[in-house]
Design a protein. Structure first.
Ligand SMILES: CCCCCCCCCCCCCC(=O)SCCNC(=O)CCNC(=O)[C@H](O)C(C)(C)COP(=O)(O)OP(=O)(O)OC[C@H]1O[C@@H](n2cnc3c(N)ncnc32)[C@H](O)[C@@H]1OP(=O)(O)O
Length: 139
């Protein structure tokens, strides 16, 4: 499947979530499967909060980035305006995670209501997020 990053020719990208050049970044790569944007990630020791589990703030960053990439892929430049995160299960380190996002609604042509989730290998949804993204003139 095509990686969305391959469509972007910007060697100055140092985004914490998706830059492949940021030495402390998550180095995420995304695909679009129908209406679902998806990435995979495996948290390591340096991503921990409590021992053995991924830090909640970094979990939110994973979800924020994956929702932002759905919009970016659809050629929409945005800023995150608001986000809520429901942590149902701890996210273990050294475990392959699937992160998905999709668009639920667009209000007034400018406010994008997005949703995302993190799925554990056994199929359980560990974390769900909802966010509002505001279209901007960043591009
Ligand atoms: C090229 C290299 C590749 C790079 C790839 C990168 C991939 C992506 C990576 C991305 C990384 C991940 C992404 C990140 O991490 S983005 C970084 C985190 N986010 C920010 O820093 C955002 C900071 N905030 C802002 O910039 C502004 O406040 C925004 C842009 C959000 C709005 O300021 P703006 O001045 O434009 O709008 P306004 O204040 O006049 O309001 C306008 C209308 O909107 C309504 N409203 C406002 N807020 C909300 C709300 N929460 N719910 C419902 N409604 C809301 C408001 O009431 C008003 O309504 P009305 O009065 O008209 O009826």
């Amino acid at each position: 499947m095509e990686l969305l990053q391959d469509r972007i020719k910007d060697n100055n990208n140092m985004c914490f979530g998706c830059s492949q050049a940021n030495p402390i970044g998550l180095k995420l790569k995304f695909t679009l499967d129908g209406e679902i944007c998806r990435t995979e990630f495996e948290a390591k020791e340096e991503h921990q909060g409590w021992n053995g589990y991924m830090h909640g703030g970094l979990i939110a960053a994973l979800l924020d980035e994956t929702m932002a990439w759905w919009l970016w892929f659809n050629d929409i430049s945005i800023m995150t305006a608001e986000m809520t995160t429901r942590y149902s299960y701890g996210v273990p380190i050294n475990t392959r995670l699937v992160v998905e996002s999709w668009c639920e609604e667009v209000k007034r042509g400018r406010l994008y209501l997005m949703a995302g989730r993190i799925i554990l290998p056994d199929g359980k949804v560990a974390v769900r997020a909802n966010a509002k993204f505001m279209k901007t003139e960043l591009k």
